[in-house]
Design a protein around this ligand. Structure first.
Ligand SMILES: C[S@@+](CC[C@H](N)C(=O)[O-])C[C@H]1O[C@@H](n2cnc3c(N)ncnc32)[C@H](O)[C@@H]1O
Length: 268
């Protein structure tokens, strides 16, 4: 393995990649796939797979564009994308060998309905994979600033009618995972996601003030303000714009690093 930056090397990302590298995943369903980012990570890490189906309900024009770009990204690979609400999956019982959901739980209106549906379409003995950022615990100042930005962005989405809840706590995510009654369940708690292992900017990102994430967080705030600039609720728009400026100040002070997350894997 190449020389990894300290923070990434100390995280559980390597252990998670190792675990994924032991799995022959068969036919895989990725729920809330957006641009298929998690499918990309799985293709790079799994021991083997047959095919992927990525589903997303695409509530906005932006998310339909995400799906179109995902289709282009995986052209020629055994990856298919479908527009579908995960609360009511249009698949037979036990039709997938692996089901997964990445960074999408806090975007769901009905978490329990979705995970129950995912379990229904999973074969007995199949793999359930879940990864989700959490908001509490021992986060660095840079992670806390990023979380502030994320919460602010969730309020922008909510104003525009898109479900985006506050990030869950680690306990809430564990409760959801344990409620699935999976066997051989393993929970990893990592400061870095697995995809950081493959990222060209991983060395830059070690410094939260001089990194891609920092500039991305500032850009996300500018983009968020643009997204609501024509919204008729002037008062909320002005409040969110002011709060956006404060979040920018917090990021300028501490930098920004993605929040820690839980990675859960178990069998039905
Ligand atoms: C942050 S994105 C997920 C990112 C992606 N999984 C990854 O790891 O790169 C959350 C996605 O969940 C989708 N989503 C929310 N509720 C959904 C539902 N009921 N059915 C399907 N997709 C849903 C949203 O449209 C959004 O694209």
């Amino acid at each position: 393995m190449e020389d990894l930056p300290k923070g990434l090397a100390a995280s559980d990302a390597g252990k998670i990649a190792e675990k994924l590298g032991s799995i022959s995943a068969g036919k895989v369903l990725d729920v809330g796939t957006a641009r298929g980012g998690f499918i990309d990570t799985l293709i790079k890490t799994l021991k083997a797979y047959d095919s992927f189906v990525g589903i997303d309900y695409c509530p906005s024009g932006e998310s339909r564009e995400d799906m179109e770009s995902a289709e282009k990204r995986f052209e020629g690979k055994a990856v298919q994308f479908l527009q579908m609400n995960a609360e009511n999956l249009r698949f037979e019982d036990e039709s997938f060998d692996t089901v997964c959901i990445s960074h999408a739980l806090h975007h769901l209106a009905g978490i329990n309905m979705v995970v129950t549906e995912m379990k229904r379409v999973l074969k007995k003995g199949g793999n359930f994979i879940l990864q989700e950022v959490y908001c509490d615990g021992e986060q660095t100042e840079a992670q806390k600033a990023d979380e502030l930005e994320h919460e602010w962005e969730a309020r922008i989405d909510s104003l525009l009618g898109i479900t985006h809840n506050k990030t869950l706590t680690a306990q809430e995510i564990s409760d959801i995972a344990n409620g699935l009654k999976l066997s051989e369940i393993e929970i990893f708690d990592s400061t870095h996601p697995v995809d950081c292992l493959f990222c060209e900017k991983k060395h830059q990102c070690e410094d939260p003030r001089n990194q891609a994430t920092f500039h991305e967080a500032i850009k996300d705030i500018d983009d968020g303000i643009k997204r609501i600039e024509n919204h008729p609720d002037l008062q909320t728009r002005m409040r969110l714009t002011e709060e956006g400026k404060k979040v920018k100040e917090a990021i300028a002070k501490s930098g920004a690093s993605p929040a820690s997350y839980l990675f859960v894997i178990g069998k039905k």
